[in-house]
Design a protein around this ligand. Sequence first.
Ligand code: GAP
Length: 488
Amino acid sequence: MSTQSDNRFQAIISHAKEYGFVFQSSEIYDGLSAVYDYGPYGCELKKNIRDYWWKSMTQMHENIVGVDAAIFMHPTTWKASGHVDNFSDPMIDNKDSKKRYRVDHLLEAYADQLEEKGEAEKAKTILATMDALLAKEDYAGLKQLIIDNNIKCSISGTCNWTDIRQFNLMFDTKLGSVTDEADTIYLRPETAQGIFVNFLNVQKTARMKIPFGIAQTGKAFRNEIVARQFIFRMREFEQMEMQFFVRPGTEGDWYKFWKEERLKWHLSLGIPAEKYRYHDHVKLAHYAKEACDIEFEFPMGFKEVEGIHSRSDFDLSQHQLYSKKKQQYFDADVDPTTGKPYGNYVPYVIETSIGLDRMCLLVMSNAYDEETINKEDGTTDSRVVMHIPEKIAPVKLAILPLTKKDGLPELARELMDACKGSFRCFYEEKDAIGKRYRRQDAIGTPFCVTIDHQTKEDGTVTIRYRDSMQQERVHMSKLKSIVLEAIS
Ligand code: GAP
């Protein structure tokens, strides 16, 4: 990361803390690494993003329904899904500092440094070689790549590396009262399996016909090794996943559909298209037919925010095998080539999987701005403003009586009562109006309204727009519809 990007990232982290978006977990005990809590504005932002995703997935797609599965699942789930045997990352330890690195992160960080030094071609070659070696699971080759490029540990500064080993990322715990005899179970590392094991329950009870989807949001847990990137990589995080069940043979078209549909969702928030790109996977899981990431330009560069995966019938077939319960769907539609119904089959799946916390970081990174304001008298001023899309802003409207007297608070309270049932409002009487505007800019409130003495005479108020800082007088009775139109 360049110094400038690093400074910007640090500024966003400080701002997130200072203005009640994100706090380090258990901070009074010096924190818990890679675990975070959301404050008053952060939890509103997070909820708004979750709701926006949920509505666009379920309400706007008639063939998608939801579930809310438990975090604990039968341990065989994770054997069947492959997580017990394969959910691991290649790691390498530095023998001098004892620090452990994920091999791909170590090489990616080195490639970033090369790019900053203007050696973009060399960086590209290293990343391409890494992708090829990872695809072959050639760990000796990967270690050689690290040694050949003289990649050093950031702490010890040495190249004294161990061999590369696999490290499982699942957290385990015990279910039952007597620890010795209790079963080992896992904290789910993805929400997807809660959808797969409920495939038939949902299909039958909601009478779904293929193609259809099941959506879920919820916590997931991974014992991440490299976890120093704020809420980008956490040990406890939230996912928003959707599994779309299709007839075998149609998965190519549906993969293309969801790849485009999901990018459209991101762009519908008004975030610039040039900040997004697709990254098609070279290394595919053995069951995967196609996979890509939607990447966003975070302060530390382009990184994954969402994955779209064509997973074949792998998960349902595995659960069928391990549970010995058929996971089939009867398709009564007629196959035009045979003239007969398609009949029984295990559906294929297209998955869309996005990290909610990562999406919060995306929104905050895109929104954060340190602006210089040229004033009419020739002087300058500055402000920190969060240009959060109106639809998902933590607070939509701040209601600010100019003074604490002359009946202005009463009028402001009337407006508050008229609006607070429809969207989140904030009321404040204290401090100069300029100071109050700045505080609202810092938490991304798109509309501020000032109630002054003229309001008493003609019922008009001053509405001030966060992004342009323009102000205009409108009738109080129009405010609710102005805000509702902007956020709908
Ligand atoms: N079911 C598929 C699955 O879990 P993934 O690529 O491992 O796929 C999907 O994760 C998304 O979850 C990622 O694109 C990312 O946004 C988010 N995610 C994964 N690990 C995370 C972590 N440690 N912290 C925060 N978000 C994470």
